[in-house]
Design a binder for this molecule. Sequence first.
Ligand code: FAD
Length: 434
Amino acid sequence: RYSSSHHHVCVIGSGPAGFYAAQHLLKLRSTSQKPLQLDMFEKLPVPFGLVRYGVAPDHPEVKNVINTFTSVLKNKNVRFVGNIQAGQHVTLQQLVNAYHAIILCYGATSDRLLNLPNEHLITSAREFVGWYNGLPANANLPVNLKSCNTALIMGHGNVALDIARILLTSESSLQGTDIAEYALKELKSSGIKKVLIVGRRGVLQVAFTIKEFREMVKLPNVGWDIQTEDVISDSTLEALPRARKRLTSLILDSRKTNQSSSPDKSWTLKFLRSPEKVEKVGDSIHVTFRINKMEGEKAVPTDKVETIPCDIAFRSIGYKGTRLFHDLPFDEATGVIPNNHGKVVDGIYTCGWAGQGPRGVILSTMQNAFDVAKTVSHDLDGSEGSSVKQGFESLNITHRVTHYDDYVKIAEFESKTGNKLTSIDEMMRVCDRT
Ligand code: FAD
């Protein structure tokens, strides 16, 4: 179907980075003499990465980008190839032989660790997010919220607030979202009344954004306590960049506006605490924090500690990228594929969290993917007359992969039943139904 007169490009990973890179590249190559054939490889049978498996179920407006991504999948020059893990089912050398350009957009599939003894007592925020979103790898995470009263979340980013919000939201407001059915059931019987959100630095350094914080102070029947003695002078506040100033003012003002007199549940924001020790005491988990003070932007330890008991503790201090191909440069310390404006080596590119590090929202990922697509397109222009490549057909993949039609079957099944499929076997069964 696709002659050797095509430029063959593949994208590894079908999250926002993969889709935006594909979308922009298709646009840039639309007037080129040599048509583009783009193959998008995804390790799961279904596309969309963290939009399906990270973004919180009560943020359906964010998930709407799926509509844009679906129009990319429908493009006649795009082939979705799911259920195929690059690095395992296909080697880098095979890809290099088959494609003029390879764009690595496989995200960040691991965690930053606290590196403390007994860290296994702490639940990974990434796995918990995967659990409530029905990610097959996390569907069997042992989560027992019934016997919990207090949850402790370490981290002051948006993922920490997503988890806090999900734990404190009434289960009825999550009904009808794409949350996994088992997670909704567990949340319904949850005993959690109190969520502590603890960060190592101060109010001025929080990594969450205003939208997510605002959602916290709007949760019905939920009270809060913002434990900061930080005195931030008007001149300091005035000198902050606009977004930081608005967020800081909102946090500080919210200290006084806690109206709910006898709330059912509550959250507490604690600052200047770095976890140092994790212990199991009876059925509880005790986390001992070193109390810090700020020196400029740096948290400096004091000689004081505080031990906080809880029933479930989450580590939400960031995702981390992992190495896919041993024959490609990789920075183990940062978990990022080293690159120069997206270019790794000739013919190999990276964008999104794999190349930028695991930070930034869909919009910033989009901007980065557009920039990298531009570089790829420019390099394709300069490679006229380069060797003939055959794309997907030449890979000789023999196991059952999924294509767009299979994804449509899964999506239709989910929409009909109102339940997200949370196991790969189930997904493949639905795909193979006639
Ligand atoms: P990903 O979305 O992770 O996509 C990577 C894809 O690669 C995945 O589909 C993965 O399965 C696939 N893959 C991995 N390994 C392989 C392999 N070996 N072979 C083939 N495929 C592979 N941003 C917002 O704007 N709004 C939000 O509300 C929001 N909420 C978020 C909530 C959470 C919990 C998290 C973690 C992030 C959130 N973000 C949000 C940020 C947003 O999700 C990211 O900016 C974006 O998803 C990064 O895109 P990506 O394509 O680089 O990575």
